[in-house]
Write a protein that binds this ligand. Structure first.
Ligand SMILES: [Zn+2]
Length: 329
C-alpha cells in the first residue's frame, strides 16, 4: 500500500476555503481519477464534483469547477481509518494524509488521561483523531512503572496487581470512556504480569461502556484462544491488532480461529502492510532476549542509527531503553 499513490477525498478539510463562482458548477472537481467506492462497488475513471464540502456529482464526463485537481493515475477513495496510529503529532498526521488516512486513531496503547490528551490536541488537527483509554497505561500509573515513553519498562508490565489496584484501573478506564475515549486499549504482550482474570475484568469495563477492546495479545494461538474466551465471557467486542505480527508463523491458525470465533461473537482483526514492527527494547516483548540464538539479534535494527544489532549491542540498547525495528521471521 505504501508504494501506491493514493489521493484521499479530504472533503471537509480541502474544500473549506473554496468559494463558488457563478461560472463554475462545483467548488472543486477531482478529475480523471480512478474512483473506488467501497459502498457502491464502483471502480472506474470518473470526475468528482464537490460543493459546500460534500460530493455532489460522480460523473463519466468532465465537470467544471472553481478549482480542478487532475487526479489522472491516482486512486480517488474515501479517506482511510487507521486504527493503530501511535504517532499522534501534526508531523505524523501529515505523513498519514499522504497515505490517504483521514482518521488516525491510537487504539492499542491509548492513554490514561483522556481529558488531557484531547486538550493537548486542541484546537484541532488536519485529520480526524481519537484515542482509547489504555489498560497498559492505567497499569503503568497504578503500579508505578518507571517507563517514560509509551510502554512499561518494569513493574507495570511484569508486576501482579492487587484487588485494590485492579479496582483503580477499572476506575481509570471508566473515567476515560466518560471523557471521550473511543475504545479501550490492551497489550497483554507488554503486560505479562496481568492475569487473564485481570484482562477479563477490564474487558468487562469496555463492554459496559459499549466500547470495543483492542488488544496486542500474547502467547501465540493459545493466547488468542484465551483472549477470545475472556472477551466472550465479558461480553466485549474484541479487536485483535496486527494479526500478522502476533500470528507470525502461525498466521493461518490465527485466521481460522478468528473466523470460527466470529460465528459466536464480535471479533475483528487487521494486518499492517509491512513485514517489520517497531517497539521499545525495554518492553516485556524482549524479556527472554538472553535465551535467543545469535542470529536472531541481526533481525533487529536500532531506530536511531539503522545499525543491525548483535547480542552485545542489543544489551547496550536495552540499558539505553532504545527503540528497535524488528523484522518478522
Ligand atoms: Zn502492537
Amino acid at each position: 500500500m505504501r508504494s501506491t499513490t493514493w489521493m484521499a477525498l479530504m472533503v471537509t478539510v480541502a474544500v473549506a476555503a473554496c468559494t463558488k463562482t457563478t461560472s463554475s458548477s462545483y467548488d472543486l472537481v477531482v478529475a480523471n481519477g480512478r474512483v473506488m467506492d467501497p459502498e457502491s462497488g464502483l471502480d472506474a475513471v470518473r470526475h468528482v464534483g464537490i460543493t459546500g464540502g460534500r460530493i455532489a456529482a460522480v460523473s463519466e464526463t468532465p465537470l467544471a469547477g472553481t478549482r480542478v485537481i487532475d487526479a489522472a493515475n491516482h486512486v480517488v477513495a474515501p479517506g482511510f481509518i487507521d486504527l493503530h496510529e501511535h504517532g499522534q503529532q501534526e508531523e505524523s498526521y501529515r505523513m498519514m494524509v499522504r497515505d490517504g488516512v483521514t482518521s488516525a486513531l491510537e487504539l492499542e496503547v491509548g492513554n490514561e488521561d483522556i481529558a488531557k490528551w484531547y486538550a493537548d490536541h486542541e484546537p484541532g488537527q488536519i485529520v480526524n483523531y481519537g484515542v482509547s483509554v489504555g489498560h497498559i497505561r492505567a497499569r503503568m500509573k497504578v503500579l508505578g512503572d518507571p517507563g517514560k515513553e509509551l510502554l512499561p519498562a518494569g513493574v507495570g508490565g511484569s508486576g501482579k496487581a492487587t484487588e485494590a489496584q485492579m479496582a483503580e484501573m477499572e476506575t481509570i478506564l471508566r473515567k476515560g470512556l466518560a471523557e471521550g475515549a473511543v475504545a479501550v486499549g490492551f497489550g497483554s504482550a507488554y503486560t505479562p504480569g496481568a492475569s487473564m482474570d485481570e484482562i477479563q475484568r477490564m474487558f468487562k469495563v469496555a463492554a459496559e461502556g459499549n466500547a470495543s477492546a483492542h488488544i496486542h495479545m500474547r502467547n501465540g494461538v493459545a493466547g488468542l484462544d484465551s483472549t477470545i474466551a475472556a472477551a466472550k465471557a465479558a461480553g466485549a467486542k474484541l479487536h485483535i491488532v496486527h494479526v500478522n505480527s502476533s500470528g507470525d508463523t502461525s498466521l493461518s491458525f490465527f485466521l481460522s480461529h478468528i473466523e470460527a470465533a466470529r460465528a459466536h461473537g464480535d471479533v475483528t482483526t487487521e494486518a499492517y502492510p509491512y513485514g517489520a514492527g517497531m517497539t521499545e527494547i525495554a518492553s516485556a516483548l524482549f524479556d527472554d532476549w538472553q535465551t535467543w540464538p545469535d542470529a536472531r539479534f541481526g533481525l533487529h535494527q536500532l531506530v536511531s542509527t539503522g545499525e543491525r544489532l548483535t547480542r552485545t549491542t542489543f544489551g547496550e540498547a536495552l540499558l539505553n531503553r532504545a527503540l528497535a525495528i524488528a523484522k518478522e521471521k
